[in-house]
Design a protein around this ligand. Structure first.
Ligand SMILES: [Fe+2]
Length: 330
């Protein structure tokens, strides 16, 4: 097969202290109306779902990092995003946020921490906290498909393995303004634009070594979660994971396909609240110090290289249908 790869930038010297930027999406917190339904969905999806006080914590098997928490609320809603920084950078972030006029606020009840808390341009709650770098330092290797001559490469359906994602890769959030989201998260958190499609969608990476995107934004009229993306190390795991979810009542979604921006193979499984969890494999990687030349692309050309027709409501923000009061929700 011809080589499809495209060189996207240049390597520059990397001096960590020259940069002030979060290194990872440390954790997401999501409120949902039914914790039991959440436990069932994420357990079937292959996550290590643990009791955590009044809510649930989401881990991946074999990894000590807590990727997310699920709390109970009247409706599905993104509660806050927490970004991880290096220890020496926290006071620098405090200085930058204060200099930029971003008001620091108290941690919401139940989430007390040593981190810096503030609201972004549309009122969504954000934390920057000292945390281990959970975003990988190098490109995640995709396992080889080839098998030796004389061997059957595929398992029977009855012996297909359960799929357990290895880590969180990224989140895609709906926003009322993709350009403002890019501006805010670049200026205050130090994320960098990887690629975008006009004002429809934008992908942001970390500069300390990051997947092509650790956070993405899609245009809507209101903030909401579109999807969580979970990395699996083999292309087959994307399909086998999705087939298992379909057999257990979660057949809706989109996939199997391959994105262009990010290059990852995907299958999105629709969750009980109209958002998605994505099995993702082979996402592009931006090494530390690499200057990824961002590009603006027609979405027709760049959403996916191949895959089924996009479901008509794939980019519907179901969180926006019942926005409810955002004040005093912590
Ligand atoms: Fe994704």
């Amino acid at each position: 097969m011809p080589d499809m790869s495209i060189k996207r930038g240049v390597q520059r010297p990397y001096v960590r202290s020259d940069l002030l930027a979060v290194h990872s999406l440390n954790e997401f917190v999501l409120a949902v109306p039914d914790l039991e339904e959440a436990r069932r969905f994420y357990t079937l999806f292959g996550l290590d779902v643990r009791e955590d006080g009044a809510g649930l914590s989401l881990y991946t098997f074999g990894n000590p990092h807590r990727w997310g928490r699920i709390v109970e609320g009247p409706r599905k809603r993104s509660h806050h995003l927490s970004f991880g920084c290096f220890e020496e950078d926290l006071p620098r972030f405090r200085g930058r946020l204060e200099a930029n006029g971003v008001a620091l606020i108290d941690a919401p009840a139940g989430f007390e921490s040593n981190g810096l808390w503030f609201r972004d341009f549309e009122g969504s709650l954000v934390e920057i906290v000292i945390a281990p770098k959970s975003m990988p330092d190098e490109k995640t290797r995709v396992e080889e498909l080839a098998v030796a001559p004389g061997y059957q490469g595929a398992a029977f359906r009855r012996t297909a393995p359960r799929i357990y994602p290895s880590r969180l890769s990224h989140l895609l959030m709906f926003t009322s303004s993709v350009p403002q989201a890019i501006e805010f998260y670049e200026r205050h958190l130090g994320l960098k634009l990887s690629d975008h499609s006009g004002d429809e969608i934008a992908f942001l990476h970390g500069v300390h070594g990051s997947d092509h995107h650790l956070l993405a934004f899609g245009g809507s009229t209101f903030r909401g979660l579109h999807h969580l993306s979970w990395d699996v190390p083999a292309i087959d795991e994307v399909g086998i994971g999705a087939a298992y979810m379909a057999a257990n009542g979660y057949a809706a979604g989109w996939g199997f396909g391959r994105h262009v921006l990010g290059s990852n193979y995907f299958h999105y499984v629709r969750d009980p609240w109209g958002s998605y969890s994505e099995y993702s494999c082979g996402i592009d990687f931006v090494p530390p110090g690499f200057e990824w030349m961002s590009s603006n692309n027609d979405s027709e050309d760049s959403l996916y290289l191949f895959g089924p027709t996009v479901p008509s409501d794939f980019v519907t923000n179901y969180e926006a249908q019942d926005p409810g009061p955002r004040d005093n929700e912590g």
